[in-house]
Design a protein around this ligand. Structure first.
Ligand code: PLZ
Length: 452
């Protein structure tokens, strides 16, 4: 595959690969469902764009009113192999007819073991590894903390500014942003410490290694490195704003952990599984994490998550200490095996790099024209632009919201992100055809023109 192909040979699930609006967005059927949602679903569960989906594939979501929308979000980096990818569907269909559940902790099955074998093979490092499977990203992160504490017999956990790790009690403590994730939900778990990240756009010239020095000095002086069980960092920060740390930051933090007997955990829940053009974003700096948490892209849309890492760390937990009724459910495992096979057979990393090659020049051209684009960043199919008041670093969240609204109304499903809500992020499925990707960018350009 090269950036010159039109990408029309990728799976579509029989969905016409076009943007086609037949009603206003949301259409009447979606609006009726949204009214039912309001009276049936907790108001605490928000919805970004209330179009109710009936089918999806390739780069398109089809709603109840038969609108065809371009999917630039992949359900937050989940349907990396495309929605209803044929390998995922085949695996799920076969498994669901054989058996749906036994509980791996009661009477096990091969699929769970096979997913762990694949994870041990694909994650960075050729040391001996073990994995354990869970249902959600947050659950994987919680278990990484349990494992690191059991192994080190230490309690402190270090995370970084703008980090996101989930919405359960422990992971809320690990997550940086208050509204909407933490506000009114405390008290939070103790022994969690936050140190600086590397955010090149906002670090006033400080480089990755300098930011790492500030962070590790803080760990030494304020926490005591000998008290730290784990350092948990996303190699590219997702909900925090698609922040790509300055070169050398991530590896310096990993080296510090190793030098101090601290378990280094890479949270690759959003950045993993070929999203960034590598199997795992940690590979970019050649970092071999002690533990790696994965979810989202692992199973093509079925709920599955994992912790993978050094055998001696993973095996330090007493038997029965890790688990859960549904963790590594057989249907989810079958989906994961299908998704992983598709990624391997179709050079998914090349597909992600192709998306970067198509998008970045267009985004750069937009930045020339629209001074509110302060930064363009990301890798592979995990890209973003940060919006500011022209000539300053002041975040422009209103503009991000306005552009988002414009894109939605014009049939492009886009997402914002970031501590300041001013980052416009792109997470297309790797099955996105070239023409649709171009069209989504044209709609974004028009959104900027409409708000210039
Ligand atoms: N770690 C790095 O990106 C999930 C959150 C969406 P779960 N990110 C999307 C929302 O608003 O809830 C995420 C992540 C990283 C952990 C998680 C948590 O994964 O599967 O949502 O629990």
């Amino acid at each position: 595959m090269t950036a010159t192909t039109d990408r029309t040979d990728l799976p579509t699930n029989g969905v016409a690969q076009e943007r086609r609006l037949v009603t206003d967005i949301p259409g009447p059927r979606s609006q009726a469902l949204q009214m039912r949602k309001t009276s049936a679903v907790s108001g605490g569960v928000g919805v970004t764009l209330p179009v109710y989906v009936v089918k999806a594939g390739g780069g398109v979501l089809v709603d109840v009113d038969d609108n065809h929308l371009i999917d630039m979000g992949s359900g937050i980096a989940v349907t990396t192999v495309g929605n209803a990818n044929p390998e995922v569907v085949a695996g799920v269909q076969k498994q669901v007819e054989e058996f749906t559940h036994t509980c791996f902790m009661v009477t096990p099955y091969a699929g769970y073991v096979e997913v762990c074998e694949a994870l041990n093979r694909l994650t960075p490092g050729d040391h001996e590894k073990r994995s354990a499977l869970f249902n959600s990203g947050a659950e994987a992160v919680e278990n990484a903390v349990k494992i690191a504490r059991a192994y080190t017999k230490r309690t402190a956990v270090v995370v970084v500014e703008h980090g996101y790790h989930g919405r359960t009690n422990l992971t809320m403590a690990l997550t940086a942003k208050s509204m909407p994730y933490k506000h009114s939900f405390g008290p939070f778990a103790p022994e969690v410490y936050r140190v600086p990240t590397s955010y090149p756009f906002r670090d006033r010239g400080l480089k990755g290694p300098e930011m790492a020095k500030i962070a590790t000095t803080r760990i030494e002086k304020e926490i005591g490195a000998e008290n730290v069980a784990a350092i948990i960092i996303e190699p590219i920060q997702g909900e925090g704003g698609f922040i790509v740390p300055g070169d050398g930051y991530f590896s310096a933090m990993a080296d510090f952990a190793t030098a101090n007997g601290i378990v280094f955990v890479a949270d690759e829940i959003q950045s993993g599984f070929c999203r960034t053009g590598d199997w795992f974003a940690s590979e970019y700096e050649g970092v071999v994490p002690d533990l790696i948490t994965t979810a989202k892209g692992i199973a093509g849309g079925m709920p599955l998550a994992a912790v993978t890492g050094r055998a001696e760390i993973m095996d330090s937990v007493h038997a029965g200490g890790l688990g859960g009724t549904y963790g590594g459910n057989p249907v989810a495992c079958a989906a994961a095996l299908g998704a992983i096979r598709w990624m391997e057979d179709n050079d998914a990393n090349a597909l992600a790099k192709e998306i970067e090659a198509l998008m970045v020049p267009r985004l750069k051209a937009m930045a020339e024209q629209f001074p509110s684009i302060g930064d363009i960043r990301g890798r592979g199919a995990m890209l973003a632009i940060e919006l500011v008041k022209p000539g300053t670093l002041d975040p422009d969240a209103e503009l991000a919201a306005a552009l988002n609204k414009y894109c939605h109304a014009h049939g492009v499903v886009t997402l914002t992100t970031g501590t300041y809500g001013n980052v416009f992020r792109f997470l297309p499925p790797l099955t996105m055809p070239k023409a649709l990707l171009e069209e989504a960018l044209t709609v974004l350009e028009q959104a900027f023109e409409a708000h210039a």
